[in-house]
Design a protein around this ligand. Structure first.
Ligand code: NAI
Length: 293
């Protein structure tokens, strides 16, 4: 099966979905973008447009290509409008129950040949696929944050995913200029299996008073050559997303070492979700301008 993708659907227009939609647009695809929250959809559309304009100012694409790309964007609130899409990728909340419900709907509305992909960070692709009548065409397509910048896509074949689905998804990721790595379908796959316990440990270091947040981050940046410290990275990912992934690791791998740190859980309970909310481990609220005398 050689699929020449023309149109993709993206469900969820948050940090990840808007970036994935942008990738599709600048690589010549029609993109149908849906979010259950109208305000989130409007924000996504605005951020895609600003981001594509930035590509023009940097000389990465022409004004004409940018305008053509934006004309290929269809923001919608109706899943049915994705019926002709060749591939639909979901980037909604990291909850198995909610994702499964969506996959049932996607299976119902999409054309028979369509691939259904999940951008999940950790949830079993095999179980999401089982919610559909096309498990051979369900796959994990895990972009990194932010999708337009990060070079990697981790592809996860569920127990029933066909090789044709894998090759078509890999070809799409490569069309987006990404390097592909392949993971078996075990909780957390490759990247989060290794990354999240490190982030969780950084929270334990903060929780037990080993060091300040700044020293923990500086230690890992300068001591291990990471571009961001683990706490800073957790804020960037979203602390709610980090807790969800730790819980998936705990349930799927059954080891107490994956229990999310109480401090991380408490931040999420308090609504400190990271950069996207303006407050996480660090505060991202702009300080008020000093009063002019
Ligand atoms: P986000 O919270 O920024 O965006 C999620 C969006 O989905 C929201 O706009 C919400 O309104 C929408 N949504 C929720 N339920 C919906 C539904 N049933 N139908 C339609 N829209 C719905 O989350 P983010 O960070 O973009 O994450 C999305 C997915 O991507 C999650 O599965 C996450 O694990 C995964 N992911 C996240 C990364 C990160 O660094 N944040 C990195 C790689 C994957």
């Amino acid at each position: 099966m050689t699929v020449e993708f023309e149109a993709i659907g993206v469900v969820g227009g948050g940090q990840m979905g808007s970036g994935i939609a942008q990738l599709g647009l600048v690589h010549g695809l029609r993109v149908y973008l849906l979010d259950s929250d109208a305000q989130a959809l409007a924000r996504a559309s605005k951020s895609i447009s600003m981001s594509i304009q930035r590509l023009v100012s940097k000389g990465n694409i022409s004004e004409a290509d940018a305008s053509a790309a934006l004309q290929r964007l269809h923001c919608t609130s109706k899943l049915e409008e994705m019926k002709d899409c060749d591939l639909i990728v979901e980037a909604i909340v990291e909850s198995e129950e909610i994702k499964k419900k969506l996959f049932i709907d996607l299976d119902r509305i999409s054309k028979a040949s369509a691939i259904l992909a999940s951008n999940t960070s950790s949830i079993s692709i095999t179980r999401l696929a089982s919610a559909t009548n096309r498990p051979a065409q369900v796959i994990g397509m895990h972009f990194m944050n932010p999708p337009p910048i990060m070079k990697l896509v981790e592809i996860i074949q569920g127990a029933q995913t066909s090789d044709e689905t894998f090759l078509a998804t890999k070809a799409l990721a490569q069309r987006f200029g990404k390097t592909v790595i392949c993971s078996q379908d075990y909780s957390g796959f490759i990247v989060n299996r290794i990354l999240m316990p490190m982030i969780n440990e950084a929270f334990y270091a903060l929780y037990t008073g080993v060091a300040t947040k700044e020293d923990i981050d500086t230690g890992m940046k300068l001591g291990t050559n990471h571009p961001m410290g683990p706490l800073e990275l957790a804020d960037f990912i979203g602390l709610d997303v980090c807790v969800s992934i730790m819980r998936v690791l705990q349930a799927g791998l059954g080891d107490a070492k994956y229990i999310p740190c109480p401090l991380l859980v408490q931040y999420v309970d308090a609504g400190r979700l990271g950069r996207k909310q303006g407050l996480g481990v660090y505060s991202y609220h702009k300080l008020p301008e000093p009063a002019k005398s």
